[in-house]
Design a protein around this ligand. Structure first.
Ligand code: BTN
Length: 318
């Protein structure tokens, strides 16, 4: 009902009479009034003037499911959205939903995370209403060994969405860091529920620092606000990421990874650099010669041997 009321209110910049609204929605004036109070409590600025009716003056910057799905125009991504004011981690909720059989494209969004996590057991700082924190459930027809491509696909989607909505150029540090001025703007965490040779589902978690004030960011991190000196609509940015994730996911399904990798190359700062990667208990050092079609990083060691790495902690040495 809330969505229907908002839909009607958003269609007009002027007042809409209570009678008209109640009639259109098939509810009593009193029930309408109650719904309007609920919406006000959620932060919608709705004015009510006797004899004129109701007018929506402002929508809060909240990632409510009804706001995210409005004009989203995706086929699968976001067809089911779970919204939380606060949660331990959207990864946990998505994992539970995935196990219970949630459909592909289900999205878990939180305004804050109390135990947001990054790769390699790191903490993902997730203050309320400042960033974007969400996880998507995918059920790709990929072998467990080929899942890394999804992290690259997500990185490309984020970079392109940030450019479109905030007008800011960002870069990708393999495998999952979104960098702005060499500082961390966002990260991607890919978790898997799989058997030996079959992926049941994949969770892609994305965290982005959007409207955070510089002084409250961890060291080495940056927000869009710090760069552009103005607030970015988190709703618009999240919607654009979801749209691009879906488009790129379909491209991957129809044309394979090549098209994704090509775009990844454009934004990547890791290619042709000397790197040191901590991977499965050992350091691998050498020059990055290429990225493979499955998302693996090809590092030429000083011995001349080329080693493929799928995950690890990477430092640029040059
Ligand atoms: C990284 O850079 O190491 C990955 C960070 C991923 C953070 C996101 S925020 C939404 C989702 N929930 C989490 O707990 N982590 C991911």
């Amino acid at each position: 009902m809330r969505e229907k009321i908002l839909d009607l209110l958003k269609r007009k910049t002027n007042y809409i009479s209570g009678d008209f609204l109640a009639q259109r929605l098939g509810i009593s004036r009193q029930a309408l009034w109650k719904h309007i109070q609920d919406l006000k409590e959620l932060g919608y600025d709705i004015v009510a003037v006797p004899h004129l009716g109701y007018r929506l003056q402002a929508t809060p910057d909240r990632l409510f499911d009804c706001e995210v799905s409005r004009n989203l125009n995706t086929r699968i991504l976001g067809r089911k959205i779970y919204y939380f004011e606060s949660i331990t981690s959207t990864m946990d909720a998505a994992m539970e939903l995935g196990i219970k059989g949630a459909p592909e494209g289900s999205v878990v969004i939180a305004e804050a995370q109390t135990r947001g996590r990054g790769r390699l057991g790191r903490v993902w700082f997730s203050p309320k209403y400042k960033g974007i924190y969400f996880s998507v459930i995918l059920r790709p027809k990929l072998a467990p060994a080929n899942i890394s491509i999804l992290t690259l696909l997500a990185a490309v989607s984020v970079v392109e969405a940030v450019k479109k909505i905030a007008g800011v150029d960002t870069e990708i540090k393999w495998p999952n860091d979104i960098l702005l001025e060499n500082k961390k703007l966002g990260g991607i965490l890919t978790e898997l529920n799989a058997e030996m040779d079959k992926v049941n589902f994949v969770i892609i978690g994305i965290g982005l620092n959007v409207n955070n004030d510089k002084r409250f960011l961890p060291s080495g991190a940056i927000s869009l606000k710090e760069k552009s000196a103005q607030e970015t609509s988190r709703i618009e940015l999240l919607q654009e990421i979801l749209r691009r994730l879906e488009t790129n996911y379909f491209i991957l399904g129809h044309k394979g990874s090549k098209a994704i990798i090509e775009r990844w190359r454009e934004y990547a700062i890791t290619l042709h650099r000397r790197v040191k990667v901590y991977c499965q208990g050992q350091y691998i050092e050498g020059e990055v010669v290429n990225i493979d079609t499955d998302g693996g990083l090809l590092v030429r060691k000083d011995s001349g041997v080329i080693q493929k790495i799928f995950s690890g902690d990477l430092i640029h040495c040059s």
